[in-house]
Design a binder for this molecule. Structure first.
Ligand code: 5AD
Ligand code: SF4
Length: 484
């Protein structure tokens, strides 16, 4: 429960994102990001575009010329948090009336110009595919006009924008490989806010990773709403081939081949990826993971529900049995892999038996981590329009709690498996609880803390695990690992 709440809270907490100042830049940008890692990476793209326009980032809201908030629409709570944040900006704007306020991301896309009416403080509204237009939009605002661009694109991937790394630990960095989503899960607002799926040119991905390696980064996280459906055949919208041989004839790079390329080209870098949609995850991807030591043995594989009836109502393109078969195969090919889930409690029509099916599936997989939510109806989605949000809040909450409690048991079971073992850990920062200890993660994505000794940030270290909690492994370093 603690772990889950903490993760959710961290996602919802706004904080100024900053980077090193560029000489000569005089304007000040206060930018914060809510929601997923994709949004965080988008904020880095925005900061890069605005750096060229003379903006440096600041931590002080009071001194900002421009305040940008990158927003999330995934659940109602995420939107409420942003609206509360706008109140705070409003108070500061009264002291500094020249300050301009812009809303970016999913909420901007969902509400469009309605935002300007609803929240008087907002000067500009910019959707996820329109960030290149920011310089023009800012000019419009400065000339006293409203500025809105929420046009979704069929081919924008920002492939040529090299993101400025914000609040970076200098060790790991996000690299987006796809944008948008073509799956129409009935609960999800993302297809409406982020548009159609498109993949980024693999060469531009390799180029970006190379530049991260040159700057001494040690880990990259390949991002997409659905990374396993990555497909590059020259750009634009994803083509849907009639059959496998038709696809093979096209000169295409799929996710398995992209992963293989990245892992081969950068053997000294850790490679992670998220998110995997069960219906698109191929065994080729699992085999590539097994082949390369530097691809982390961790898969975020959302299930949403363990009941076939609910999966169908959610328009997920797989059954409970197909998911279990995929999990069996993953465990067979990579026995020490860690899996994590997203689960929604209390979707429309969910019965007590459906809920039991979810708990039962969790017992089958025994996930290492989980991100669990009560269903939140989103306007515009198929479920929002056509289905009744009929599970009472109290029932949703109780079911969610049961899911969280079970996940916590499984997380502890999983962390206990590491006690007594030596784990390879990449040092990512200082432990929050103890400044004399380093914090890093093993390949399975579990946090490991251990005394600092003479090790440094970015080192790969072998750590003997001595004890654990349900979220953290505690140990002592026994030497550098071969990955250095
Ligand atoms: N209500 C609750 N949770 C949701 N998610 C997506 N849409 C909703 C919604 N309407 C969850 C899913 C998804 C994760 C990113 O957020 O579990 O995988
Ligand atoms: Fe990210 Fe989804 Fe939120 Fe958009 S709605 S910011 S894609 S989590």
């Amino acid at each position: 429960m603690e772990q889950v709440e903490k993760v959710i809270d961290e996602r919802l907490q706004g904080k100024a994102l900053v980077t090193q100042n560029k000489k000569g830049n005089t304007k000040k940008l206060f930018i914060e990001s809510y929601g997923c890692q994709m949004n965080m990476n988008d904020s880095e793209i925005v900061a890069s575009i605005l750096e060229k326009e003379g903006f440096n980032t600041t931590q002080k809201l009071e001194e900002a010329d421009l305040v940008l908030v990158n927003t999330c629409s995934i659940r109602e709570k995420a939107e409420t948090t942003v609206r509360n944040r706008l109140q705070k900006y409003n108070a500061v704007k009264r002291i500094n009336p020249k300050m301009k306020v812009g809303v970016l991301g999913c909420m901007a896309e969902r509400l469009k110009s309605k935002f300007l009416e609803e929240e008087k403080i907002v000067d500009l509204v910019v959707g996820p595919d329109a960030y290149r237009d920011l310089p023009n939009l800012i000019e419009e605002v400065e000339a006293g006009r409203d500025a809105v661009n929420v046009i979704l694109s069929k081919d924008e991937t920002y492939a040529d924008v090299s993101p400025v790394r914000l609040n970076s630990n200098g060790v790991s960095a996000f690299v987006s490989i796809t944008r948008g989503c073509d799956n129409m899960c009935t609960f999800c607002v993302v297809p409406f806010t982020r548009g159609r799926e498109r993949s980024r040119d693999p060469q531009s991905i390799i180029k970006e990773i190379r530049s991260m390696q040159e700057r001494n980064f040690k880990e990259i996280i390949l991002l997409g709403q659905n990374v396993d459906s990555y497909l590059w055949y020259g750009g634009g919208l994803k083509k849907h081939f009639k059959n496998a041989s038709e696809m093979a004839k096209a000169t295409a790079v799929n996710f398995a081949s992209l992963l293989d390329m990245c892992a081969t080209e950068f053997p000294k870098m850790r490679i992670r990826f998220a998110t995997s949609n069960p219906q698109d995850m191929t065994l080729d991807v699992i085999h590539v993971m097994a082949k390369h030591h530097n691809i982390c043995k961790y898969i975020h594989l959302p299930i949403q529900s363990g009941s076939n009836a609910v999966l169908k109502a959610m328009n997920r393109q797989h059954t409970r049995e197909e998911y279990m078969e995929l999990v069996d195969n993953i465990y067979k090919i990579i026995p020490d892999v860690a899996l994590s889930q997203d689960i929604i409690a209390g979707f429309c029509g969910e019965t007590e038996q459906d809920h039991q099916d979810t708990l039962d599936l969790m017992r089958y997989v025994k996930y290492s981590f989980g991100f669990m939510f009560a269903y939140s109806e989103r306007p515009g989605t198929l479920a929002g329009k056509k289905m009744s949000d009929d599970v009472p809040l109290e029932v949703k909450k109780r079911r969610l709690q049961e899911i969280i409690d079970l996940q916590r048991e499984h997380s502890l079971l999983r962390t206990k498996e590491f006690v007594g073992q030596v784990q390879e850990v990449l040092i990512e920062g200082v432990s929050k609880k103890n400044p004399d200890k380093w914090k890093g993660r093993n390949t399975q994505n579990t946090v490991v803390v251990f005394p600092k000794e003479n090790y440094k940030m970015g080192d790969f270290v072998n750590v003997k695990i001595e004890s654990c909690t349900s979220t953290t492994l505690i140990g002592t370093a026994v030497g550098y690992s071969e990955s250095n």
